[in-house]
Design a protein around this ligand. Sequence first.
Ligand code: TXA
Ligand code: MG
Length: 324
Amino acid sequence: MRINPEDAVKLLKAGKVVAVPTETVYGLAADALSPAAVARVFEIKKRPSDNPLICHFHSRAQVKKYVRKISLFSERLMDHFSPGPVSYMLDLSEDSPLRFATCGSQQVIVRIPSHETFLEILRQFDHPVAAPSANTSGGVSPTSAAMVELDLGDQIEGVVDGGSSQVGIESSIIDARSDNEIIILRPGAVGKDEIQKFFPEIRVTEKMNNESVTPGSRYRHYAPRTPVYLIGDINELENEIKAALLLTVEQLESFPASTKLKRIKLIPLGSMKALDEVAQNFYHRLSSLDSMEIDNAFILKQHWGSSSLGKALQNRIEKIVSKR
Ligand code: TXA
Ligand code: MG
């Protein structure tokens, strides 16, 4: 069911769970201060109970009420990247009511989103909102209201339709609590290049997939129900018929007309020259695999390059693919 932002605020106040648009992916939103509402998010997503939830705020002033402090570098990064697709790891204050959302952890990951509809919901509600991506645990993050409804429609009170998510992949998660190093814990649209442009003097370390820090990285992620395999060459396709191959426009153009490729569905991911569009449409294309009459899907290996979005796409693909 589609609901308007005012309804979403009322439902959040009543301890209910609703889906909301953000510029990265849609979120499954609940009052972060309500243990019951937080528990319902875990139940709906079938999320492992040790995997904490990102908390969303409308302003830095609101963040400050719940954390020990916003570290110097987090503050400086926020000057440039917040509101926006960047999340920050911070230390909770003593007895912070966010302990339920963080599964007891002393650290919280906070984000001030830039999607105007979600920001307005956050302002009206004025409680922190716990919102993991609005998909069943392990599945593809939704980037439209329709994708949320397909997966969780019958379990939630409604979805606020805010159009297609502009970025299309989850926020970068950054630990900038130290005064001499910024650590990227999950790659996203904002990465080392963007950070070093403003802070050339500080060391930026990419510790993607660090299990001890982000519990979520231990699980298979972002994957459609259709098994997806990575192949280095189209010759690895063994007489596949009910299959799809995901590849870039450049890869598609580089093939000689091959009979092998005539029998399978070809799904272009977009051009290497426009990675922002590849990211925007990535999860929608992946989830469309589940409504095709296919048994397997393949991604043709690609060097996605060293830009932040390239690294983020590479990271998501590594987590999607199954072992053959
Ligand atoms: O773009 C995004 O960040 C989206 C939108 C809705 O804001 N949210 C999102 O949430 O991607 P989720 O739950 O799908 O991914 C959050 C990741 C998980 O891997 C989780 O383990 C990690 O962040 N995480 C959250 N809180 C944490 C904490 N307190 N300590 C360590 N890791 C945490
Ligand atoms: Mg997720």
